[in-house]
Design a protein around this ligand. Structure first.
Ligand SMILES: Cc1cc2nc3c(=O)[nH]c(=O)nc-3n(C[C@H](O)[C@H](O)[C@H](O)COP(=O)(O)OP(=O)(O)OC[C@H]3O[C@@H](n4cnc5c(N)ncnc54)[C@H](O)[C@@H]3O)c2cc1C
Ligand code: SF4
Length: 319
């Protein structure tokens, strides 16, 4: 299907506030997937498994689909999902596949032909962290809390608001640990998969019929629309995507916006390889996680004080 030269851009909030609060941004994924499920279709997307790994699954009910809500900031495993999608398409089922842009492009290559009953929704993607680091991080947090982790909210919007990025770990002993260690490693970029630094989808052109994201820059693109409960950026990339958006927009509050005011960094260029990537991975294999957290994040009071002293010294030196 031919892509528009420039996508149509919308700021979107689901009208149902409970749905919005359960979603990462404005709840557009639920609106699109509800449409497919209400027509006995099938939805594919990423869940967090009971052993806290990201994995793509097939859903035919809203209960299963609800587990796909929320961003899991780790690489998801696809298993045999492409084969299942192909079987569903050949059985003439309506299918929605959601995932990172490279997962959507991979599915399209695997299928080798277009299907009018397939709608692809890709997410604007900062990059995916290595699951190996994630597994070690989880183990470290469990040891520190002296309890196993029951569930993870990678970005706890209910407690801290949409714009904040605080991860909450819900422990089996009923305590909650709020942390920014994994977030800081994520944004430090040492733990991203190497291919993410050469990602071909860091532009306004995407393989999905519809591309979804957090609407960073909403205050300039649509002043007054943001209430810190979540706004989705929706890029409608072609006619099929446009038909789908028109079919669900009754359930949404939305505003058409200007692409120029919507260009967050992952829509412009891949992030460069960090200079200390080699050292980070050497440390990962040679040291324990505590060492990594202290060296590469603001973890720990002593470390925080050290960082404060360094910042203060920089300030004084600049005077
Ligand atoms: C690894 C990662 C990087 C991201 N980077 C950015 C970014 O740079 N900028 C930005 O604006 N937003 C980013 N997002 C957030 C993404 O844009 C949101 O998923 C989007 O805003 C959806 O909004 P929603 O309210 O409809 O969310 P929800 O209803 O919460 O939708 C969740 C959707 O994300 C998919 N998903 C969740 N985790 C993964 C995963 N690990 N791999 C593949 N698909 C997954 C689900 O299948 C589902 O389609 C990222 C998300 C992930 C998982
Ligand atoms: S940054 Fe690009 S290559 Fe990396 S997971 Fe996201 S879409 Fe794929």
């Amino acid at each position: 299907m031919d892509k528009y030269n420039v996508p149509l851009v919308f700021a979107v909030k689901h009208k149902d506030e409970r749905i919005r609060m359960a979603s990462r941004s404005g709840g557009i994924f639920t609106a699109l997937s509800d449409y497919v499920l209400d027509r006995n279709g099938v939805v594919y997307g990423c869940i967090l498994t009971d052993d806290l790994l990201a994995k793509h699954i097939r859903a035919t009910s809203k209960e299963e689909r609800d587990r796909m809500r929320g961003s899991k900031y780790i690489q998801s495993s696809l298993g045999n999902v492409f084969e299942l999608v192909e079987d569903d398409l050949k059985a003439n089922k309506q299918v929605l596949f959601s995932g990172t842009s490279c997962q959507v492009a991979g599915l399209q290559l695997f299928l080798g032909q277009e299907y009018s009953n397939l709608i692809c929704v890709d997410i604007v993607c900062h990059g995916v962290p290595s699951p190996l680091i994630w597994v070690n991080y989880i183990k470290w947090q469990e040891e520190r809390a002296n309890s196993q982790i029951d569930n993870v909210d990678f970005r706890n919007k209910r407690e801290f608001g949409w714009a904040a990025h605080v991860e909450s770990l819900y422990m089996k002993n009923n305590s909650r640990v709020d942390s920014d260690v994994f977030k800081e490693l994520f944004y430090g970029h040492d733990i991203l998969r190497p291919c993410c630094h050469r990602c071909p989808y860091k532009s306004i052109m995407h393989p999905g019929n519809i591309t979804i994201a957090d609407y960073w820059g909403i205050q300039n693109a649509a002043p007054g629309f943001d209430d810190n409960k979540g706004v989705s950026l929706v890029l409608v990339n072609d006619e099929l995507g446009n038909n789908m958006f028109n079919a669900v927009n009754d359930s949404l509050d939305y505003k058409e916006c200007d692409i120029e005011k919507s260009l967050q960094p992952p829509l412009k260029a891949p992030f460069p390889f960090p200079d200390n990537r080699y050292q980070f991975w050497k440390d990962f294999y040679m040291q324990n996680f505590d060492y990594l957290a202290k060296k590469y994040t603001n973890f720990g009071f002593i470390n925080k004080s050290k960082q404060f002293a360094i910042r203060l010294a920089h300030k004084l030196l600049r005077r």
